[in-house]
Design a protein around this ligand. Structure first.
Ligand SMILES: Cc1ncc(COP(=O)(O)O)c(C=O)c1O
Length: 374
């Protein structure tokens, strides 16, 4: 079963950045199944090429059912540009609900924002798999009563053991969790989806595979060079960004997803998170965003706050540790409150995915704690 583990092949020194694909791994022909594998149950679903197109697909479905809908939406204030753009592209006025410095919000705060802006759609999401949206079921029920629509973006909590909310639509991107060339989904609670795409994006799939094989060959077979595979990833991402029509999930992504060893993924991510938490709980350089890993949580990253993020990130890079900023503040996002601005400036993530083990995480801990310049 595919698990991206590198423990049999410990030549790897870098941590983070794009997932590779092992060209020597043979995958079985298994059915992809439905998004119920992420706890997203509904009356109908569609597999698509990206999470952003899944959001657009949900918006389109809502509008088909309600052509008179006022084009006003409420979104998280701390989010990815790919969450905001589908609404802007569909002509929506966008407002943002409040969150605090721990990334938390509540049904009450979101409902107030809906009322203030007479919005018709709310997209909400949890962060890094932690339950940061209090009373999300009550929120969905109340908005349904008001004939308004809810979309839960599950991208960051795909493998979380707790149930997803009662939203009208669930959407997600699967490629943050393993190296599939593409992949997203939308699920609707009621009714059915029309015009599901059948065509996949073959040039995108091929370009991603080429980049992911080149990275594997560089890391494990010492073939090729880093600038070349980085350029290949950029070219592949440009194809994805340029996608205009809805596309179905590629054959390679279907195969990788159906072969994924989910229990390995869950265990590794949880263990890696715990290793970082014990090593960094009292660090002088960083403050972990979450200080407790609940039983059902399967974290996407290890998010932490640090005073001088650029400097720590550069220090980590010197040791081949690539800590991403999730997310840079989107150009299309307006002004946000002080707490959110702080998160955009100071939050840094450590990759904890199934490619890595305790040795890798201990190396991260040492590298962070030995840094003396913050
Ligand atoms: C919460 C969330 N939703 C959706 C997306 C978009 O996914 P994709 O890159 O597959 O379009 C992202 C991307 O980072 C995301 O973080």
């Amino acid at each position: 079963m595919q698990n991206n583990d590198n423990s049999n092949n410990k030549m790897l020194s870098e941590i983070g950045s794009n997932f590779w694909i092992n060209p020597n791994e043979e995958l079985k022909d298994l059915p992809l199944g439905t998004p119920e594998q992420f706890g997203c149950k509904g009356n109908d679903y569609v597999w698509l090429s990206t999470g952003r197109s899944a959001i657009s697909f949900a918006i389109k479905a809502i509008e088909e059912r309600n052509p008179q809908l006022k084009k006003s939406a409420i979104l998280p204030p701390f989010t990815c540009h790919t969450v905001i753009e589908p609404f802007l592209n569909a002509g929506y006025e966008v407002h943002h609900y409040l969150i605090n410095e721990k990334l938390e919000t509540s049904a009450d705060l979101i409902l107030q924002c809906v009322k203030d802006n007479d919005a018709s759609i709310v997209l909400f999401h949890r962060y890094f798999s932690f339950n940061t949206v209090k009373d999300s079921d009550l929120l969905c029920q109340e908005l349904r009563r008001q004939n308004k629509y809810t979309i839960e973006d599950c991208t960051q909590c795909l493998y979380d053991g707790a149930s997803k909310s009662e939203a009208d639509y669930h959407v997600g991107s699967i490629r943050k969790w393993q190296g599939t060339p593409d992949g997203g989904f939308a699920v609707c609670r009621d009714g059915v989806f029309h015009n599901k795409p059948e065509q996949t994006d073959v040039p995108l799939e091929q370009a991603k595979i080429k980049a992911s094989f080149a990275k594997y060959k560089f890391l494990f077979d010492h073939e090729g060079d880093k600038p070349t595979f980085l350029q290949l990833y950029r070219e592949a991402e440009d194809i994805l960004i340029a996608q205009e029509d809805f596309r179905a999930i590629s054959a390679t992504s279907q195969k990788m997803q159906s072969n994924l060893d989910v229990s390995f993924l869950r265990n590794r991510r949880r263990k890696n998170f715990q290793t970082l938490l014990s090593g960094l709980a009292n660090s002088k350089n960083v403050s972990p965003m979450f200080d407790h890993l609940g039983v059902a949580i399967v974290p996407l990253y290890f998010p932490m706050l640090t005073k001088d993020r650029a400097s720590l990130q550069a220090h980590l890079r010197q040791y081949d540790i690539y800590a991403p900023v999730v997310w840079p503040k989107a150009d299309c996002l307006g002004e946000v409150c002080e707490e959110v601005e702080y998160l955009y400036q100071h939050l840094l993530c450590i990759p904890i995915d199934q490619r890595y083990d305790a040795d890798d995480m201990n190396r991260v801990v040492e590298t962070i704690n030995n840094y003396n310049k913050i």
